[in-house]
Design a protein around this ligand. Structure first.
Ligand code: SF4
Length: 357
């Protein structure tokens, strides 16, 4: 029989304890521990969500991540760069359902420089000042700097001046250069991802941290990933949330190259989520990834440490291209939250409460 796991909530979880919990703790005990930690941070039992829309302004990308089924090359028939009026139409539709944020990300287009991005952000921000632009992940920021021959700090400051509010944590995958060299060899390395987030935090720009597991990483590498973001959070307090999801393998090069990579179980997802809640003691918000896990496990995630259901996802193209096509609207989210005796609330990008239900 597995021994009962004791966690001292007065102390930080060590790497060794995290490894022990991932590999040995019974699932229900992890749920109890993560729920206790969540209640310390959110005693009011409010579970939040945001009404937003993903807008992928281009699918053109040169980075060729092997786990990605979304990108196209410029010469491909179905490659695109959205025109400003197409973007406007999407934002108009979002406003019609009470949305407050756009998650604005693309592929990494080889030819677009800082002037294009400045014009784009300025256009959106001027026309829709009520919409928060949460956009451009570290890989885009890094490339804009390189192709425009300016520093990362300058990219971030110039986009911030035009109306960029915060940046998403995409592109972190697993912060281990061994793993990155296998699954996305052309992508920025661990230290660059951390540097971009540190730089954003230094100018008051908040970001999120993410993790995609389920490819070739070890449990130790997962914990190292958490440790790197926990350390940066200690330094800057600039991350608003942690969001974790499992690799979706359909239509990807990685699955063809390494057929041994199998879909991750719900048990594994919930297990890792619970331990992340314990390890990331300086992250107030953890999102449930119902988009990759489905609405039922998305709801269960709230019992394993998550306090936020993320976005209603009016539009999602990236994980859909790799086989995950779950959908949920605001009413369903409210029902799922009430169903586990918590109180639903709509929030904005900064996690301010906008409406309670
Ligand atoms: S994950 Fe992003 S950077 Fe990588 S290939 Fe896909 S679009 Fe490009």
């Amino acid at each position: 029989m597995t021994k009962k796991v004791e966690v001292d909530f007065q102390k930080r979880l060590s790497k060794e304890d995290a490894l022990y919990l991932i590999q040995n703790a019974p699932l229900l005990e992890l749920s109890e521990l993560a729920s206790k930690k969540k209640l310390q941070l959110h005693p009011e039992k409010l579970t939040t969500f945001i009404v937003d829309r993903n807008i992928n302004y281009t699918n053109v990308c040169w980075v060729d991540c092997k786990f990605c089924a979304f990108y196209r090359h410029k010469k491909d028939n179905d490659s695109y760069v959205l025109k400003f009026d197409e973007i406007d139409k999407k934002i108009d539709e979002l406003l019609a359902i009470g949305g407050t944020q756009i998650l604005f990300q693309g592929g990494v287009h080889p030819n677009l420089k800082i002037d294009y991005y400045e014009e784009l952000v300025e256009h959106i921000h001027t026309k829709y000042p009520q919409i928060t632009i949460h956009g451009f992940s570290a890989i885009e920021v890094d490339f804009i700097a390189r192709v425009s021959k300016i520093s990362i700090l300058e990219v971030l400051k110039r986009l911030q001046a035009k109306g960029l509010s915060s940046i998403p944590g995409a592109g972190a995958e697993i912060l281990s250069d061994r793993v990155r060299d296998i699954i996305a060899p052309k992508k920025l390395d661990t230290s660059k991802w951390l540097e971009i987030h540190r730089t954003a935090h230094s100018i008051g720009m908040k970001t999120t941290a993410t993790m995609m597991f389920g490819t070739v990483e070890t449990d130790e590498e997962i914990i190292e990933h958490w440790d790197l973001i926990r350390t940066l959070q200690d330094e800057t307090d600039g991350f608003r949330a942690f969001i974790m999801w499992s690799f979706q393998g359909e239509n990807t090069e990685l699955t063809k190259e390494i057929p041994d990579i199998k879909p991750q179980s719900s048990n594994r997802y919930l297990r890792l989520l619970a331990v992340s809640r314990l390890y990331l003691d300086n992250f107030r918000n953890l999102q449930s990834s119902w988009v990759t896990q489905g609405s039922y496990i998305g709801q269960m995630a709230l019992k394993f440490g998550a306090n936020d259901l993320g976005s209603t996802m009016m539009e999602e193209n990236v994980v859909k291209a790799a086989g995950a096509a779950n959908r949920m609207n605001q009413e369903e989210m409210i029902r799922l939250i009430k169903d586990i005796d918590e109180f639903p609330a709509k929030r904005d990008t900064a996690y301010n409460i906008l409406e309670r239900f």
